[in-house]
Design a protein around this ligand. Structure first.
Ligand code: IPD
Ligand code: CA
Ligand code: CA
Length: 271
């Protein structure tokens, strides 16, 4: 039986270590390659992932691992570490300091521990299920915005948006017309951290991956917010869509997403 307090300490230490490495690459510059037409990868993504995998394998050899660049490990275990070694690679490659390393521990599909770290702002988000969410040790609470009129939202778009009709452009327009504002900041993990911190009020995204949102969904829930699939069903990390909010906004957000099912045949949202 794995001790969850220790797992949180391990995730914090690993995120800080990987964050320091990302910071060095960020300051010294990196070579950029392309995974797809607009999907970047840098040596920092690989180096950060190698560090994280190493640390997990030596401290938790029996745990399964799912990470962005290496995929899923062969071993099956109810304990799974989920990692994005660099969330916000496009920002990182442009010299924009909105990126993070994010790590979560999931036990039997329940997110127990989540950590997201922005090494440039030195902002460390941490959460353990049932024990609250924190930013640099300060307890977090979601905002109290009650209507979309008063809400600053954030979202993201898939890398295959030029060819995939389920590209969130229509929903982005819908929310832009209803909310106070809609941002695209480029790191889903930090978007969710910002909702937990009450800096932003709601987030949704399609074609999102478990490593982008696992830690952040726990942060939002532990800060008193609400997280679900875009059709209102319980969050499924593998369903590739998510809505997270401060709570009061959630139903209004779902209502904006729901009519689009009728006029937008490409929902519900899988690949
Ligand atoms: C991306 C970021 C972005 C989100 C994309 C993700 P990456 O992750 O989280 O905010 O909109 O869906 O793929 O590629 O920078 O690790
Ligand atoms: Ca990511
Ligand atoms: Ca990534």
């Amino acid at each position: 039986m794995l001790n969850l307090d220790d797992a949180l300490k391990f995730a914090v230490a690993t995120a800080r270590e990987s964050g320091a490495l990302l910071r060095d690459y960020y300051r010294n510059g990196v070579t950029v390659k392309y995974k797809g037409e607009i999907d970047l990868i840098t040596e920092a993504d690989h180096a950060s992932e190698a560090l994280i995998l190493n640390r997990i394998r030596s401290t938790y050899p029996a745990c399964a691992i799912l990470s962005e660049e290496s995929g899923a490990s062969a071993n099956s275990s109810p304990y799974m570490w989920i990692a994005d070694p660099l969330d916000g690679t496009t920002n990182f490659a442009h010299g924009l300091p909105i990126f993070s390393v994010t790590l979560a521990l999931v036990v039997d599909d329940v997110i127990e521990v989540g950590v997201t770290y922005n090494p440039i702002y030195d902002e460390l988000y941490t959460a353990q299920r049932g024990q609250g969410a924190y930013l640099n040790g300060e307890r977090l609470h979601v905002s109290s915005a009650a209507t979309l009129d008063r809400a600053l939202l954030v979202t993201g778009f898939p890398y295959d948006r030029r060819t995939n009709p389920n590209n969130n452009i229509r929903q982005f327009t819908d929310f832009s017309l209803r909310a106070q504002g809609v941002l695209r900041l480029g790191s889903a993990a930090l978007d969710l951290g910002a909702i937990a911190a009450g800096r932003l009020d709601g987030y949704w995204e399609f074609k999102i991956n478990p490593w982008d949102i696992a830690a952040g969904c726990l942060l939002v829930a532990e800060a008193g917010g609400r997280v679900s699939a875009v059709d209102g069903r319980p969050l499924n990390l593998y369903a590739r869509n998510v809505v997270a909010s401060n709570g009061p906004l959630h139903d209004e957000m779902l209502a904006v997403l729901t009519p689009s099912r009728e006029t937008w045949p490409f929902l519900p949202v899988s690949d």
